[in-house]
Write a protein that binds this ligand. Structure first.
Ligand code: UFG
Length: 338
């Protein structure tokens, strides 16, 4: 079977490509390298000893997607492409709506034209919004998002739900990610943010290696055990295995199904900092700052549906996540730029 990874050169795409290739799937990666680079794909090939069919193209370009799908005849499309910086989405909402929604539409149109009918979508826990209490369950009504990025995910889920009604052959799996961190244990692929990281773990790693002076913890006065926010951090290799299970599931699937990909175990910002320091024996200087606008105090998954239906559950511990993040950072201080 052949899997088409739109945005497959990025952080989650490369880890998923490794799992797919190691399990006998053929992989096509389409990426415009807006937030990734060909070197990441070269390392996927190096790790697996397998070739990837690699295309440089903008996923918004419907004709290009159609051309590549006609040439490659994939069985399933996984859609990882998209802009994902929450703060930036508040500053540039139109760019976010244009880019994220266009990519989804162009993939669906190309699939319809070529006759590809399995679609797996990178969604986010953000679609549960602020109203639902954690742990989030897939059958909760979606909530009100706090930023344009979140709304694009919510809207793309709606577009996909409408598409399966109109195209009965279509099978869609929505995967709602929680907080992916960590890296492949080889240290050859990992997260490579451009500029100042928005997310906690890359920031912690860059402080540990001396590229940033100190971490600011955004608030320690939340109603949580240590006052810092709780999140459901998931190792990116566990997340990649979740995609593998979703691909197997989608082979005989029609309609639309949604799965949380999280561990179900919440950890605080201080848990991350303390575990990182302990496991890696490296100091992480931090200070307590004000709350960040839009942050929820608590966000974690009920992960039981993915276990029951996909036969998947996260296996790696917080210590594994911290160790592998540091291993990647230490061996690639400038990311993929040598
Ligand atoms: N944090 C800090 N300091 C930092 C960065 C983050 O204290 O420098 C804290 C945040 O306040 C939060 C936690 O670390 O409590 C995690 O923050 P991230 O930015 O790493 O992740 P978020 O939970 O805010 O966002 C993630 C994804 C989004 C997604 C959102 C909701 O990055 O794509 O979860 O599911 F929308």
């Amino acid at each position: 079977m052949k899997i088409f990874l739109a945005g497959g050169a990025g952080y989650i795409g490369t880890h998923t490509a490794v799992e797919l290739l190691n399990n006998g799937y053929e992989v096509v990666i389409v990426d415009d390298y807006a937030n990734s680079c060909p070197e990441a794909v070269a390392r996927v090939e190096e790790l697996t000893g397998k070739k990837v069919a690699l295309y440089e193209a903008d996923v918004q370009d419907e004709q290009a997607m159609e051309r590549i799908m006609r040439a490659e005849k994939p069985d399933t499309v996984i859609h990882f492409a998209g802009l994902k910086a929450v703060g930036e989405s508040v500053q540039q909402p139109l760019r976010y709506y244009r880019n994220n929604i266009n990519t989804t539409l162009s993939l669906l149109e190309a699939m319809e034209a070529v006759g590809v009918d399995k679609f797996i979508f990178s969604s986010s826990a953000t679609v549960y919004g602020a109203q639902n209490p954690s742990p989030y369950k897939e059958d909760m009504p979606k909530g009100l998002c706090t930023n344009p990025y979140g709304w694009t995910k919510s809207m793309m889920e709606q577009i996909l739900a409408d598409a399966v009604v109109a195209y009965p052959r279509l099978g869609v799996v929505l995967l709602r990610y929680f907080n992916p961190i960590g890296a492949h244990e080889s240290g050859r692929i990992g997260e490579d943010p451009q500029g100042i990281p928005n997310n906690l773990m890359p920031y912690v790693s860059q402080v540990a290696i001396g590229q940033r002076q100190e971490l600011t913890i955004f608030g320690n006065d939340y109603d949580t055990p240590d006052g810092t926010c709780l999140r459901d951090y998931i190792h990116v290799v566990d997340l990649a295995e979740g995609h593998l299970k979703a691909v197997e599931f989608s082979e005989n699937h029609q309609g639309i199904d949604v799965f949380n990909l999280g561990t179900g175990k919440p950890y605080s910002v201080l848990d991350i900092v303390n575990t990182f320091q302990e496991v890696n024996q490296v100091p992480v200087k931090y200070t307590i700052g004000p709350r960040r606008a839009g942050d929820l105090p608590i966000c974690y998954a009920d992960a039981s549906k993915a276990k029951a239906v996909l036969g998947w559950e996260a296996k790696k511990t917080l210590a594994d996540m911290c160790r592998d993040s540091w291993n990647w950072q230490k061996h690639n201080p400038k990311g993929y730029r040598k």
